[in-house]
Design a protein around this ligand. Structure first.
Ligand code: PEP
Ligand code: MG
Length: 680
């Protein structure tokens, strides 16, 4: 039996998966654990995660969190029951893939501070939970304790009460989940729903009820004991999860005692200060009145920090407890980027902060006003600024922010988080909706399925690989699974005519791969009787850059995937915690690859775009344009700023700058040279 295959242990009722290394930068924290548990629950078998002599129940978030896992931990999935082999295969695949965390999403700390620290003698320090600057007035928040009924009915009655309260709490969270538009918020709420069904947590409460305690007392004690266990542990991440346990605990107690949590009252321009804020508190805040917040507990990886970043407001976690004594209504300056709250700013400090905020806001407003106009350099070079999107909703937002089209539709989002592949009609509906959001005059570049290797799908059975980044990824998976590929191509082609349709293939490494993929596309196109579409190659690996002139002969355009091109050029895993700072797309080696791609395309009159993260990095933009890139595909919120930046550049200057940086020794020198473009 080849290494890595699932091995029946003694009978067909038991199975053990291959040993896997945990890829998640911060281990299996609540969101990935919840995703794993949700999948495990689909199987009848009992399933364990084994790490050396430790093990956890794969159907319990609490049990998994208690392992305090870290990146690189070696795991095996073991199952026993009627569907043991299927369970092991599916869970092993999900674990290997990172349980829904894409490598770039796994870095939970926010980007480096972009604003200088404010000078002050009255500052309270903490860690940056979300960057940004705000001047507002303090609102202190202290959660009132819920009065819990002590007297108890018969145990079966108390158990029924608790079960009913749990169901209602799960339904409340379900409504919040339904209303949340952000994948991170949805993930946190899913983890909370899982916690409320967690066998380890429930068992503690049910046992106490049998021993004669009321539902409320039993539930509060079970949650308290678990939160204390997490808090006493050595892992900072686990300590932060204690807040999530308390949050779900409070929600159930509020239902049980009929005393829903009091809403947090905010005046306009509030800066909220609290010992802790639960994700539920945070999600229920009136965002129109909230400028930022500080908590004395938690860190950059806490869920409130993640939520603050998704709201786009400054926040500090772990702030000096002195901040809890600031009086309501005090005027303060919150510098999320520097992790500082100035509790007694003088007039000059307030004026400085306000002028900085105004400057930033004014440039954002101006950029928004001009976002609909095309982007042209001062000397007339037209640069198309388009957006990276996942669905029709984002495509609408992109158009509203001035995007001239979509330069990367990440079609894999349709395929992830489900048990079976979407069929042709479902896919066609999704692609058509994106095309219609753009309209016939705008560009739509659909990338064919980019999964496999490090991002497997549970229903896509591929052999285990020692080096998944060098294995079956991107177009290689499509060529291995031609039926799935053909279905996707037919579905994409049905959007033809509704936007200026382009199809591109990810991870092309050889001319043969391009030919094979094109041949299949041609067959489907002919069978469907549609007009030819433009075919693009993603330049993501060095061989594609080196063979650019050959590829350009047979493709209509290139789109540079700078995220992957960086990791493959520098041989540095893009999600590696220790290497990520060095895996810099502005390294001259990566820029030389881009230069090769541009030269190859130019030779055959083809255009080059960039859809990786580099396209949205202001200091990279002049270099990319100087090298010959004519399309920048960026996250939707970045569209107006990138267009504005292009308008300030001149092609001739960009070309000379590009020539210069290609001669430099390393990324640090390139960044130093490009510093004037860092903040636009
Ligand atoms: C890239 O690699 O730059 C890219 C755009 O693809 P992804 O980030 O989806 O791998
Ligand atoms: Mg890529």
């Amino acid at each position: 039996m080849p290494e890595g295959m699932i091995q029946p242990v003694s009978s067909s009722q038991q199975a053990t998966g291959p040993e896997l290394s945990l890829p998640n930068a911060t281990g299996l924290h609540a969101r990935p654990a919840a995703m794993l548990v949700a999948l495990a629950k689909k199987f009848k078998s009992s399933i364990r995660l084994q790490r050396g002599s430790d093990e956890a129940n794969a159907k319990s978030v609490v049990s998994i969190l208690s392992l305090a896992t870290q990146r690189g931990d070696r795991f095996q999935v073991r199952a026993e029951g009627a569907d043991a082999s299927e369970a092991v295969a599916a869970l092993s695949a999900l674990l290997a893939e990172g349980c829904g965390e894409k490598p770039e999403l796994q870095v939970t700390a926010p980007a480096a501070a972009v604003l200088e620290a404010l000078p002050s003698d009255h500052a309270f320090a903490g860690v940056c939970a979300s960057p940004g600057l705000a001047v507002g007035r303090i609102v202190q928040y202290r959660r009132a304790a819920i009065q819990v009924r002590q007297e108890s009915g018969e145990p079966p009655h108390e158990r029924d009460r608790l079960e009913l309260a749990l169901q209602q709490a799960i339904a409340q969270i379900g409504e919040l989940r339904h209303a949340s538009v952000d994948a991170l918020q949805g993930g946190i709420l899913q983890a909370h729903q899982e916690l409320l069904q967690d066998p380890d947590l429930l068992q503690g409460a049910f046992q106490a009820i049998v021993q004669g305690q009321s539902a409320g007392v039993a539930w509060r004690a079970a949650c308290g004991a678990l939160a204390e266990r997490f808090e006493a542990g050595p892992s900072a991440l686990l300590r932060e999860r204690a807040n999530d346990i308390r949050d779900v605990g409070q929600r159930v107690l509020a239902v049980l005692e009929g005393s829903g949590p009091a809403p947090i009252e905010l005046a306009p321009d509030s800066i909220l200060v609290a010992q802790d804020l639960t994700p539920s508190d945070t999600l229920s805040l009136d965002r129109s009145r909230l400028l930022g917040f500080c908590t004395s507990t938690g860190g950059a990886s806490s869920h409130v920090a993640i939520l603050a970043r998704s709201f786009g407001i400054p926040a500090i976690c772990g702030i000096d407890v002195g901040a809890l004594a600031l009086e309501d209504g005090t005027l303060v300056v919150l510098d999320g980027s520097a992790g500082r709250l100035n509790g007694k700013p003088d007039a000059a400090e307030i004026a400085l902060a306000r002028s900085r905020m105004e400057r930033l806001a004014a440039s954002r407003r101006q950029e928004e006003l001009e976002s609909a106009a095309p982007a042209r350099t001062r000397d007339g070079q037209r640069i198309e600024v388009v957006a990276n999107v996942r669905n029709a909703q984002e495509a609408h937002q992109a158009v509203a922010r001035g995007a001239e089209g979509v330069g990367l539709l990440r079609s894999e989002f349709l395929f992830e988080g489900r048990d079976t592949a979407p069929d042709e009609d479902e896919q066609a509906g999704a692609y058509l909706a994106v095309a219609q959001a753009l309209g016939a005059q705008r560009t739509l570049v659909v990338r064919t399925l980019d999964v496999g290797g490090d991002k497997p799908l549970p229903y896509l059975v591929l052999p285990r690989e020692d080096n998944p980044f060098l294995g079956l990824r991107g177009v290689r998976v499509s060529l291995e699974q031609p039926q799935m590929f053909r279905t996707q191509l037919r579905a994409i082609l049905r959007a033809s005519g509704h936007a200026r349709l382009h199809i591109m293939f990810p991870m092309i490494a050889t001319v043969e791969e391009l030919r094979e993929a094109k041949e299949i596309l041609l067959q489907e196109q002919t069978a469907a009787g549609c007009a030819p579409v433009s075919v693009g190659v993603m330049i993501e690996v060095p061989s594609a850059a080196l063979m650019a002139s050959h590829l350009a002969r047979e493709a209509d355009f290139f789109s540079i995937g700078s995220n992957d091109l960086t990791q493959y050029t520098l041989a540095m895993d893009r999600g590696h915690a220790r290497l990520s700072a060095k895996a810099d797309a502005l390294h001259p080696a990566v820029l030389k690859m881009i230069a090769l791609a541009c030269d190859g395309a130019r030779e055959h009159g083809k255009w080059v775009g960039v859809c990786g993260g580099l396209a949205a990095e202001p200091m990279a933009v002049p270099v990319l344009i100087g090298l010959g890139v004519s399309e920048l595909s960026v996250p939707v919120p970045a569209v107006p700023a990138i267009k504005a930046l292009v308008r300030r550049l001149s092609l001739a200057e960009c070309q000379s700058l590009a020539r210069e940086v290609l001669t430099l020794d390393g990324a640090a020198q390139v960044r130093a040279r490009l510093a004037p473009w860092a903040v636009n």
